[in-house]
Design a protein around this ligand. Sequence first.
Ligand SMILES: [Zn+2]
Length: 184
Amino acid sequence: MVSFVILAFDLVVGTAWHEVVGHGLTAVAFGARITYVEVMGFEWFPHIRWVGATGYFGRCYNSGIEGDAATALVFLGGSMSTWLVGVVAVCLLYLRHWHGWMRVFIIALSVWWLDLLLYTLPSLGIPRFFFWGHRYSEPYQAAVAYGVPGPLFQVFVIVTSAFLAVATGRQIHRAIMQPVFRHS
Ligand SMILES: [Zn+2]
């Protein structure tokens, strides 16, 4: 039950964060305007309505971005924003001992680095979800467009993901071993 809540939360809130904070706010930082936001089959801006499955978890359009470098950073911002949340959450888990729903919440955030890893897989010739999913790598294409050497970006993603996987794995293991909802 708790794991289902976490999965739903990560998919919906994680996608929203990727789109709105990652792409959207990066675009706004470059002086653009957000013109359209879609998350999980719903359009949220400028209107709120069901648009159905479009083949995307979410989309965020903007207008007014100038220059190839800025455009690349807006694309890179999506998965880097979720990766950053994951890194901060993992640090929080190691900095102090959290209880109850706060702990569940931070653990749920701590796996957000998966977005960058999965979205980078297509650049290695692997579908986004190993066996299915598209073969377009948004963060990789964006990093290369920005001027980062492709292999360097792949190594960065794989090495940081390996560390984060061990760190979150240990935290999740610990949370399962000791009841999270314990009065102490
Ligand atoms: Zn994206």
